[in-house]
Design a protein around this ligand. Structure first.
Ligand code: CMC
Length: 421
């Protein structure tokens, strides 16, 4: 018989099943709590709430473990391409050579977007933030690819997934080309998925372009490390929007908006802006450490802390090494990196940060690599979105296939009691 958890309220005892997942994960199944007791739970930020059962990503914040479908990110970064990891997340296993070849063929066939989407892009000012533009363009895809996904049909679902995998990098690169005032590129079908991302971002009309292996390898790692992170803010958004049976493209468009915020994906941009500001202010890292610790100052050390990693962020370890390699290889001496290293050193020995278990997260170093690769700061979060796309797709598909109910939390009302006019 499965274990139960007891709750006593007003001298009455209630029992709730204990759910056991893989990797010894446990949780209390409170599906009947309100019906049995009239109570709801209160958990701002869902710090203790499991919103679903999921087979996709395992994360142990205490041990600093992150695995996609059972494979460690360290292994995947070493041995797999981003497209293979996308396949793994979405379809459950690493692709065979034949499956990968078929996926590439399908993606190439869909590597076009309706030319009319360009007029949506054109209507934005150059100063528009690329994340807002990307969310709108992704939403715009719905109008040009109107068939809604029939979740019961494997071929229907696969078609929507392929469309998004093929068209999203094109739209992402267009947000960059727009900022730079460059002609809009399409994919070169003779290149790999990852090479094409670099090609569409950087190829100039009057020059040949061959991405350096260092650039492609760093991009590949960054994309893999961002590919999924279980029920984070943007993924939860994608799942909850999809739970109303809104389509895949609409759900992903909402996810992009959620990712944009500086406490989530927008942190990579915020980190570089913070480091630049410290540099412009004379490079006094101690002053900014003080500000971060001052409760009356809203300043936070961007790129530090994480909701679930309370020892170290395993992604940050890989990224830090990759950042060193890229800067060495490209011969870049970035003073902002010295400030970053100084801040990290101070924070790691400061009781405020130690007591609160605040360590550098993935975004502390990712911006430094993007900068070295020549990607403008406001594009950093778009790069995160490019990486996170397979995770959003995998999580959306799982949610729909499991026929999850519409997401609709309750609340504890604290306003006025009934009053009359
Ligand atoms: N600088 C200074 N103090 C901090 C920071 C920080 N970056 N992060 C957390 N704290 C303090 C916070 O003030 C609180 O202190 P106290 O207990 O005295 O009130 C304590 O640490 C716990 O913070 P919290 O806000 O309750 O923790 P959370 O789990 O709700 O927030 C976080 C996690 C990532 C939003 C937060 O650490 C943060 O704002 N970090 C900076 C933004 C950032 O780098 N975000 C990227 C996350 S990684 C990319 C991704 O996966 O989205």
């Amino acid at each position: 018989m499965s274990e139960k958890v007891k709750l006593t309220y007003k001298d009455k005892e209630y029992e709730f099943p204990l759910l056991e997942g893989a990797e010894e994960e446990k949780g209390i199944d409170i599906k009947t709590l309100r019906a049995q007791t009239g109570l709801v739970t209160y958990d701002p930020g869902y710090k203790n709430t499991g919103s679903c059962k999921s087979e996709i990503t395992f994360l142990d914040g205490e041990e600093g473990i992150l695995r996609y479908r059972g494979y460690s990110i360290e292994d995947l970064c070493e041995k797999a391409s981003f497209l293979e990891v996308a396949y793994l997340l979405i379809f459950g296993n690493l692709p065979t050579a034949k499956e990968l070849a078929l996926l590439n063929i399908e993606i190439r066939k869909e590597s076009l977007v309706d030319e009319d989407l360009k007029s949506i892009l054109k209507s934005f000012p150059k100063s528009a933030h690329p994340m807002g533009v990307l969310s709108s363009l992704t939403s715009g895809l719905i109008a040009f690819n109107p068939s809604s996904v029939d979740i019961a049909s494997e071929s229907d679902l696969r078609e929507a997934i392929i469309m998004l995998l093929a068209k999203f990098p094109i739209l992402s690169s267009w947000t960059h080309r727009k900022v730079k005032g460059l002609p809009l590129n399409y994919a070169n079908t003779s290149l790999s998925y990852e090479d094409n991302i670099a090609h569409m971002l950087f190829k100039l009309p009057h020059q040949d372009y061959e991405a350096s292996p260092v650039v492609v390898s760093a991009l590949n790692k960054l994309l893999i490390l961002h590919a999924d992170h279980e029920q984070n803010c943007s993924t939860s958004t994608v799942r909850i929007v999809g739970s109303s049976h809104a389509g895949l493209f609409a759900s992903v468009s909402a996810g992009i908006s959620a990712l944009w915020g500086p406490l989530h994906g927008g942190a990579n941009q915020a980190v570089i802006e913070m480091l630049e500001a410290i540099k412009a202010d004379g490079g006094d890292t101690k002053k900014y450490m003080q500000k971060a610790k001052d409760k009356n100052d809203p300043f936070r050390l961007m790129g530090f802390g994480h909701r679930v990693y309370k020892n170290f962020d395993p992604r940050a370890r890989i990224i830090k090494k990759a950042a060193d390699e890229v800067l060495n290889e490209l011969g870049i001496n970035d003073p902002v990196l010295d400030i970053a290293k100084g801040l990290e050193k101070e924070a790691l020995s400061d009781p405020y940060f130690i007591d609160r278990k605040l360590y550098p997260n993935v975004d502390f170093y990712s911006g430094i690599i993007y900068r070295a690769l020549g990607i403008p700061t406001e594009m950093f979060t778009v790069m995160f979105a490019l990486g996170r796309l397979p995770g959003w797709i995998a999580q959306w598909s799982e949610m729909r296939k499991n026929n999850e109910p519409i997401g609709r939390p309750r609340q504890i009302y604290t306003g006025e009691n009934h009053r009359t006019i």
